[in-house]
Design a binder for this molecule. Structure first.
Ligand code: F6P
Length: 280
């Protein structure tokens, strides 16, 4: 596992550099010298592919940016699914973005997930890694990722991060979101899954939801690249992750890019989601 974590760290440092470099961003067709540039998300994808290709134990990678999985080494046994730069359009408005990695053994199946990781590129670069029953937070300082602490969610939080377009929400979903606000939960939603979930994890808890709605019955977020990795992290941190009816980690993605409704949070909020959805 260590070589994989090291490759992710190297990718993160290179992606952070790509984000920081002048002329990258702002839709990126051309830079000021008139050269065509790669979009940041494509560039990040290539960086991660290059770093992971150097780790012998990796069998196959799947990326949010690639149509199909890519075989790296027939003799490897790790399968890694990643979203190279989630929320990349937020770079143009200078909000935080992130990279997400799900690490599986033998196949891309939630029950085979053994570790999960994400990186937040914000005012600081932080990396969160869940493995062997612990969720560890690292901070990039002077070119090195230094361990900061382990993350644990409280039973209950104070943040409500409701995704999707309200006009398409089911009435029971809207009533549930309103009821959290009526009980003093505060709205925290940037439109970047990584910073929005990072905030809930670091502030002790709350609820992030991206429901199925009339415009997107299966939600928006992709199981392999977004939903499963965060579900693993939330569960290891003592929280829960469901699709409204069951644990998302009990679901199967028939196709690499399949999406699922999802709710992540501390256990009290997620129990409430389950009971509201059961009665709907
Ligand atoms: O999947 C991309 C993404 O930007 C996530 O990072 C984020 O949680 C979600 O989409 C936001 O979607 P919406 O703007 O529909 O709430």
């Amino acid at each position: 596992m260590n070589p994989i974590l090291k490759a992710i760290q190297k990718s993160a440092i290179r992606i952070k550099h790509a984000i920081d470099v002048k002329d990258i961003g702002y839709s990126q067709e051309q830079n000021s010298s008139g050269e065509t540039q790669l979009q940041l998300d494509i560039q990040s994808d290539l960086i991660i592919e290059e770093e992971l290709s150097q780790v012998e134990g990796i069998h196959t990678i799947a990326s949010e940016e690639k149509e199909l999985p890519m075989l790296l080494n027939e003799n490897g046994h790790y399968y890694i699914a990643f979203d190279p730069l989630d929320g990349s359009s937020l770079v143009d408005v200078n909000l935080s973005v992130g990279s997400i990695f799900g690490i599986y053994e033998g196949e891309f199946n939630a029950s085979k997930m053994i570790a999960s990781c994400y990186v937040v590129y914000g005012p600081r670069v932080e990396l969160v890694f869940a493995h062997e029953g612990k969720v560890a937070l690292y901070l990039l300082q002077a070119g090195e990722f230094e361990f900061v602490k382990h993350i644990h969610l409280n039973e209950k939080g104070k943040i409500n991060a409701p995704g999707g377009t309200q006009q398409f929400w089911a009435p029971h979903h809207k009533a549930m979101i309103d009821s959290f606000f009526a009980r003093g939960y505060r709205l925290r939603y940037s439109g970047g899954m990584v910073p929005d979930l990072h905030q809930i994890l670091l502030k002790g808890g709350g609820l992030f939801s991206y429901p199925g709605a009339t415009d997107k019955p299966e939600g928006k977020l992709r199981m392999l690249f977004e939903v499963f990795p965060f579900a693993f992290i939330f569960e290891v941190a003592g929280g829960k992750a469901v699709d409204g009816h069951k644990r998302v980690l009990e679901k199967t993605a028939a196709h690499v890019h399949d999406t699922s409704p999802c709710f992540f949070g501390s256990s009290s909020e997620i129990d409430e989601v389950l009971s509201v959805y059961a009665g709907a």
